[in-house]
Design a protein around this ligand. Structure first.
Ligand SMILES: Nc1ncnc2c1ncn2[C@@H]1O[C@H](COP(=O)(O)OP(=O)(O)OP(=O)(O)O)[C@@H](O)[C@H]1O
Ligand SMILES: Cc1ncc(COP(=O)(O)O)c(N)n1
Length: 261
């Protein structure tokens, strides 16, 4: 690679027409981290800040072809997986992960949009878990994956550990709130670590999970160790939330500012 060429990351995720979440959020997060972002789109969603109107999954072979076109030509250093769509798409992705083609794999096990619309299913996400370096469920997704309630920090820790039992190396359960802090709980494979940052009071939080997992993948592409990548991604999301606190993009839960440093 010649001097100045940024590292390359790949996102495998759904398109959000409102551009707060999904592929659009991931590419903005990659760009903000000075990573060259590539994408394989799994589904087209019609959505805005108020919710999801329609979902059109793409054929698994088309998703596979996008991934292969990128991998055949570019030195992908990290991969983020978001909304997968159907089980056939998950199988395409899992096959490439099994062949060692998807390095530094960060899996955001998307099941529902914030608005409540179903975007995924356990049967779709679970086959990919064993190949992930890091899984980033929010509390609801962690609850679905473990079939137990996940509300408190202690429950987040237990869930992170339990999800690692299904094969992922590390798990961070996001979305806790305690003592004025936004709290995430990481299982490193050896121990629990609690990550904290000041809670940003805002209604503009559409796409925080997508942005967080994409930023972690971007930092891994730069060569950060996992803990440093998580710490930087968390601070990046917090800055984006603070930067867009007063934005009025649409009538619902607006996006964060991906370029607020
Ligand atoms: N209001 C907030 N202030 C500070 N940090 C926040 C806030 N909301 C979320 N975060 C952080 O954003 C990151 C993503 O977590 P979150 O649980 O919100 O993801 P998510 O629910 O999957 O998001 P989404 O489904 O909206 O994309 C975590 O590091 C979390 O602590
Ligand atoms: C294409 C796509 N992927 C993921 C999400 C989850 O993000 P959120 O929970 O913020 O709605 C989404 N809404 N759309």
């Amino acid at each position: 690679m010649s001097a100045g060429t940024p590292p390359v990351a790949l996102t495998v995720a759904g398109s959000d027409s409102g551009a707060g979440a999904g592929i659009q959020a991931d590419l903005k997060a990659f760009a903000a981290q000075r990573v060259y972002g590539t994408s394989a789109i799994t589904a087209i969603t019609a959505q805005n800040t108020r919710g999801v109107v329609d979902v059109h999954p793409l054929p698994a072979a088309v998703v596979g072809a996008q991934i292969d076109a990128v991998l055949d030509d570019m030195p992908v250093a990290a991969v983020k997986i978001g909304m997968l769509g159907g089980a056939d798409v998950a199988a395409e992705v899992a096959a490439r992960a099994r062949d060692g083609l998807l390095p530094n794999l960060v899996l955001d096990p998307v099941l529902y949009a914030t608005s409540g619309h179903r975007l995924g299913a356990l049967a779709v996400v679970e086959p990919v878990l064993p190949y992930a370096l890091l899984v980033t469920p929010n509390r609801d997704e962690a609850s679905a994956l473990t079939r137990t309630p996940v509300d408190t920090v202690a429950e987040m820790a237990a869930a992170a550990r339990a999800i690692a039992g299904s094969g992922a190396r590390c798990v961070v359960v996001t979305g806790g709130a305690e003592d004025g802090d936004a709290v995430d709980v990481l299982w490193t494979g050896d121990e629990i670590r609690v990550l904290r940052s000041p809670w940003v009071p805002t209604d503009n939080d559409h796409g925080t999970g997508c942005t967080f997992s994409a930023a972690v993948a971007a930092r891994l592409a730069h060569g950060d160790d996992l803990f440093t990548a998580l710490d930087r991604a968390k601070r990046y999301v917090a800055a984006g939330l603070a930067g867009a606190r007063l934005w009025k993009v649409g009538g619902g839960r607006g996006p964060l500012d991906h370029f607020s440093f």
